[in-house]
Structures are given as C-alpha cells and as structure tokens.
Design a protein around this ligand. Structure first.
Ligand code: ADP
Ligand code: LRH
Length: 472
C-alpha cells in the first residue's frame, strides 16, 4: 500500500495525517497535530505562518516515507512574496478588522457584476477586500506573487509558484464559469494581474520537495483540493447525489454539490457562494458561523472539559434563548459570552445564566442556522436532498448532530471527523494511479472505511418553526 501525507491546516489546529491506500483499504493515522494560535501585533491580527510551517515539517518527518504530500488550508488568506521569493510580512488573519470598509469597494465594482463573474458570497474578508484594504501599502508595491496559504506552503516545500483552483475560487477574483482569473475585475479593482500565479488543478504534480526542507526521504508535492472545504466535500461519504453536507469545524459550510454555478439574483441575495470543487464541481454553500462561537467561549473560560459541558448543555431546556448565529457581530475574536448575552437581550430574551445554558443556546442557534442554510440550498438549487452529511470536528458533537437532524427534519450522518484529510489523501492516491474513477468512487471508499453515526430527526417540527420565528 502506498502512503500519502495530508497536511491540513484548520483555523483551530493543523495536522499531518498519513493515509495508506490499496486493496479497498484506506487507513488514516494522524502523526502530528499542532495548535494554530493567531497573534495580534502592531494592531493587526496575524497567522503565525512560520510556526505552522515548522509544525508541517515536524509532521512530515514523523510521517516517514510517503509517495506524495498534499496541502490544504482555510481559504482567502495569502502571503505576498517579492521578486527574490522573500515573504513580505506575516499573512493577515481574515478576522482582522482591516476590511471593515469592504462594502464601498463592492459597490464601486458593482455587486451584481461581482456575483455574475465570480459567483462568490459577500464576506468582508474575501481576498478582493483584503487586497483593496492593503492598496497603496509598500508590501503590495513590492509584491511579485500572491500565494494563498496552501500555495505558500507548497512554494516553501518545492520552490514552485502556482495557485490551486479550488482555493483561487474563494478570492472573489476568479471567474467561476471560465475557471480562470477574472483579469478584467482584477484590473478594475486596481490590482496588478501579474500578482496572480498560473492556476493548477487538483491532481497536478507541483514538484519534488527541496533539500532545504530536510526531509529524511524524497517525495513530491501534489495539488489537492487545497481549499480545506473542497477536500472535506470529497471526503463526504455520500451514496448517490441527493445529499447536503455540513463541513463543521470553526465554520459550518452548508450546501450541496452541483455541476454548474447558480448565479441567479435570488441566490446572490441569499448570499450563497459557488466555490470550485474537485473535478470541476461547484460547492454551492453558505458560511454559517460554526463552532467558532463555542471555541471563543471556551477560550474565554480557560478551556475546560468540553465533553462535560456538552453533556450539561444537553440536559438544559431547549430554546431557552436563540441568536442569529450568522450575525456579523460574532465574526471578530474576543468577549464571546458577553456578545451572545447582549444579542439575547437585544432580541427581547433573557440571557443564559450558566455556562451549560449558554452552550445550549449556541447549539440550538447553530442547528437553526444549519436548517436555514440547508433549506435555502435546496430551494435555490432545486436539488433533492434525502440526507445531510455532517463531517469535521463537529461530527464528534452528538448534541449538535441530533439538533441539526431535528431542526432540518432530515437524517444526519456524522463522520468522518477527518473528512478533509480523507479528501486530500484520496485525490493524491488517484493522481498516483492507485485509485480510479470520479468522486462517487472516491466517496465509496470513504464510506466503506469509516464508522458513521446516523441521527434520525425526532419530529418536533413545530417547536423548531417557533424558534426560527424568533429570529425573524
Ligand atoms: P478546523 O478545521 O476549523 O480547525 P475541526 O474540524 O478540527 O476545525 O473542528 C474543531 C472543532 O471540533 C472544535 O472547535 C470542537 O468544537 C469540535 N470537537 C473536537 N473534538 C470534540 C469532541 N471530543 N467533542 C465534541 N466536539 C469536538
Ligand atoms: C474553513 C474555511 C471556509 C472559509 C473560511 C475562511 O476552514 O476555509 O471555507 O470561508 O475558512
């Protein structure tokens, strides 16, 4: 069996997972996990990208000989490198406030034109708005190449410059139908088109790992769905096309897989995105604020025992208070319990009085947001949905899985927790010729090699309708 290393950088942690593929088997082993702790310095929130790279190298050393390495990470963020290849400043975190004036840029370029070209949802941190916020800066003036986070890691590992297309599709500077950089839009945004590297597709070989990485074995880097959500969607263990997915970690990415983008006015107004998937598919989805709400409360409370807290939350009465999880007020870091309490009071509810009650409020609110996004995805795409696949770290949260099934009125199948690494490894194995077929064949292997948990809806629809009504 060949071994492949999946480097998966999430907003809350990074990991290196070794996947062994062959004879109908897919064995995964997480060989290294490291924290991803953003750092505020000089008034700006940064990713600690060198600490992440050090974690990646440690993980690849621990992995032992692998046929290839694939790198995926969160979307939209980037490093700028100059003509000598030097990184110009630390990549800025998408939760930094520098893009607060994004709407003026959107209006100048035309919101309808932006959607018609890129199919992308409006999020304040889209690469377009990060770049326009940085316009006139010395870094941008000195920049020769823009490298999205997985492409930056690929560059350090191989010396090769490029942009993998699933992640390029999240920049709002990529033409979703032409599958090419939207050069007119880039120029109209006042950005040099030369910044944007040649595109590569999942499965393309990027190059051999350089001696400089000091790995104890030779190997190649191969492009995967380098947007973590694109790899997670490959790892969804669906049987047939009539499924919705929730890739549930720091964010919940909620949607369906389509063959072509939906660029209607209704879709634009619902802020649904058409991101590029592996094999030319479209990930038609919405960003729901996700377990970020819980992560930030835990950070405030000094972490603690998550299992015990979730058990206590399950014993709390349902719908004590609910908030609109998607409210942009929750986007920045810090002060989360107080912000949630404020939102409860602002909407005429009493704020949760204990930690378990607050966690229950988050779980009910996330389940409601999942329901809203699943229903909108179905209505806007016309896709039949029989089952909701919930993958990522959230698949470990039985309360959230059950509440999501109840709220959606659909069966939820939970797992794999490491769907992103699964999708990353499967695409590498196919590129190596060890697997054949399309996404259905790759998913069959994910399904047959992972324990999945099914949650049936418990039928209290009226209560969920009433709770949804409270959000307006
Ligand atoms: P990301 O890739 O965005 O960093 P993950 O997919 O790794 O996120 O998911 C992380 C989340 O998974 C955590 O914030 C936590 O809420 C949830 N999680 C992880 N382990 C458990 C567990 N044992 N029980 C419940 N939830 C868990
Ligand atoms: C999830 C994710 C998501 C993006 C966000 C920035 O990790 O990639 O798909 O919208 O991070």
């Amino acid at each position: 069996m060949n071994a492949y290393a999946a480097v998966d950088l999430g907003a809350s942690s990074g990991r290196v997972v070794v996947g062994r593929v062959g004879d109908g088997r897919l064995d995964l082993e997480t060989v290294h996990r490291f924290p991803n702790n953003p750092v505020r310095a000089g008034g700006t929130l940064h990713w600690d990208v060198l600490a992440l790279y050090a974690g990646i190298l440690d993980g690849l050393r621990a992995a032992g000989p692998v046929h290839s390495v694939g790198v995926d990470a969160w979307a939209v963020d980037y490093g700028l490198v100059d003509a000598t290849g030097a990184l110009l400043g630390n990549p800025v975190h998408y939760r930094d406030g520098r893009t607060d004036g994004w709407r003026a840029t959107a209006q100048r370029l035309g919101e309808q034109r932006l959607y018609a070209t890129t199919g992308l949802q409006q999020l304040p941190f889209n690469t377009l708005y990060q770049l326009t916020a940085a316009s006139g800066s010395p870094q941008l003036a000195a920049a020769r190449h823009l490298l999205l986070i997985p492409d930056l890691v690929g560059y350090w590992l191989t010396g090769e410059i490029g942009a993998e297309e699933t992640n390029a599709s999240t920049t709002q500077l990529y033409d979703v139908r032409a599958r090419a950089w939207a050069t007119d839009l880039i120029a109209d945004a006042g950005l040099p088109t030369s910044l944007f590297p040649p595109l590569r597709r999942p499965g393309d070989r990027i190059g051999p790992v350089r001696a400089d990485a000091a790995l104890p074995y030779p190997t190649d880097v191969v492009a995967v769905g380098s947007h973590d959500t694109a790899s997670a969607v490959v790892g969804v263990p669906a049987d047939g096309p009539d499924f919705a997915y929730i890739s549930c970690g720091t964010w919940s990415l909620v949607g369906v897989e389509l063959d072509a983008p939906v660029l209607t006015e209704d879709s634009r107004r619902a802020n649904f995105t058409n991101e590029g998937g592996v094999d030319g598919t479209i990930r038609y989805l919405r960003n729901v604020m996700g377990l970020w709400l819980l992560q930030e409360c835990l950070r405030e409370w000094g972490d603690g025992d998550l299992d015990a807290l979730l058990r206590a939350a399950a014993a709390e009465p349902a719908f004590g208070a609910v908030v609109d999880a998607d409210d942009p007020v929750f986007l920045p870091p810090g002060d989360m319990p107080a912000r949630i309490a404020r939102e409860c009071r602002r909407t005429g509810q009493s704020a949760p009085e204990s930690r378990p009650a607050l966690v229950r409020c988050i779980m009910d609110s996330l389940a409601l947001a999942h329901r809203r996004a699943v229903r909108a995805a179905i209505a806007l795409s016309g896709r039949d949905v029989r089952v909701v696949h919930l993958v990522g770290g959230g698949a470990r949260n039985a309360l959230l899985c059950q509440l999501t099934a109840d709220a959606c009125g659909l069966a939820v199948v939970a797992g794999p927790v490491e769907a992103t690494a699964v999708g990353n490894v499967l695409v590498q194995a196919r590129a190596a010729g060890a697997l054949r077929g399309g996404l259905a064949e790759l998913r069959k292997l994910a399904r047959e090699t992972h324990e999945l948990l099914a949650y049936a809806p418990r039928g209290d629809t009226a209560a969920w309708d009433a709770a949804a009504g409270r959000l307006g």
